[in-house]
Ligand binder design. Structure first.
Ligand code: ZN
Length: 331
């Protein structure tokens, strides 16, 4: 099997056919939730394009000098452009380096490959500089831009790339792969719905205990709602955890509470395996109160993402208090 994951067969076959018939696009925009294996796909494709004697199904041969260099992580005809640190931008100098790289003809195999990952990290200057290469692509060069979505990239860049989309993965397409890794998981359908139909996200959540965090947060919301816990103490504990994950879960849970309060039918909430507890939490609250909590979370989360280094505890405390009071009539 050539693509890194079984749910990527259609995208792989389309590109492999293009290469086979000498119609390989010079620029690709590979998009989708990271947990659907976007980067892994682009890297495997790069390996296959670099190999001068790939197998009939498109897989790199794994035996030639090009494959050995690729596997060792220092193939001279593969350039990966990424931010210098997590959360930083890809700068124009890095794109100029890419332009120098693609200006030389490939020596080993059929193609030179440049990956920009994540492409949405390019600042405007960098994206503008890349446009020149996209408009006048050097022969036998493939540029692959990997992005979570297209919206954050300039239309001029998008329009010069052929799209390779990874939409939500059906549970059947990833079921055997996931089941082999999570034999104990009770309900793959719910897990897939919970993690945006992204199988790698399901796996990493399971490995990191993310679902345990969700259940702890539901229990905290229940205790706060019943007046059995002190919001200040609860928030202090949340602040010692992975606070971006805490915010993400609280947003998802409040979103579900709003959904059930708005009359969503059974099975239409993302935390469907905890639906009854969520219905019990939503029941005594008014929709406007749930929206107030939800808006507060979204606003605080966005502020924390923008203002680096600000302690999260004050925001968590404010939310815990709002939530604890939300059964009253004063919001
Ligand atoms: Zn090879």
């Amino acid at each position: 099997m050539s693509p890194p994951f079984p749910w990527q067969a259609a995208q792989w076959e389309r590109l492999w056919h293009a290469r086979h018939t000498d119609h390989m696009p010079h620029a690709l925009l590979v998009t989708g939730h990271r947990g659907r294996g976007v980067s892994e796909f682009a890297r495997r494709l790069a390996a296959a394009l670099l190999c001068p004697q790939p197998l009939p199904d498109g897989a790199p041969c794994g035996r030639c000098r090009s494959c050995a260099l690729h596997d060792a992580g220092n193939h001279p005809e593969l350039l990966v452009v990424a931010p210098e640190a997590v959360g930083k931008a890809i700068k124009v100098d890095q794109v100029r380096e890419l332009m120098d790289f693609v200006s030389l003809k490939p020596v080993f195999g059929a193609f030179k490959v440049a990956l920009v990952d994540p492409a949405e990290a390019m600042n405007r200057q960098a994206a503008n500089a890349l446009l020149k290469t996209l408009e006048e692509p050097p022969p036998r060069t493939v540029l692959a831009l990997c992005a979570e979505g297209r919206a954050s990239l300039p239309l001029t860049v998008q329009s010069r790339c052929q799209r390779v989309d990874f939409p939500p993965v059906a549970t059947e397409a990833a079921g055997a792969w996931l089941r082999a890794r999570l034999p104990e998981a009770p309900d793959l359908d719910s897990l897939m719905a919970l993690y945006d139909h992204a199988p790698l996200a399901v796996l990493s959540a399971h490995e990191s205990g993310d679902l345990g965090l969700r259940d702890d947060l539901i229990a905290d919301l229940e205790r706060l709602a019943l007046g059995q816990a002190d919001p200040v103490e609860v928030a202090a504990r949340w602040a010692t955890l992975d606070t971006p994950a805490v915010f993400l879960w609280l947003v998802k849970l409040l979103g579900d509470l709003i959904a059930v309060k708005s009359g969503a039918s059974t099975g239409r909430v993302s935390n469907s395996d905890r639906e009854q507890r969520l219905r019990d939490l939503a029941h005594p609250r008014r929709l406007v109160q749930l929206f107030a909590c939800y808006d507060q979370l979204l606003r605080d989360r966005q502020y924390l993402q923008i203002a680096g280094g600000v302690p999260a505890i004050n925001f968590l405390e404010a939310f815990a208090i709002t939530w604890a009071l939300s059964r009253g009539s004063f919001i």
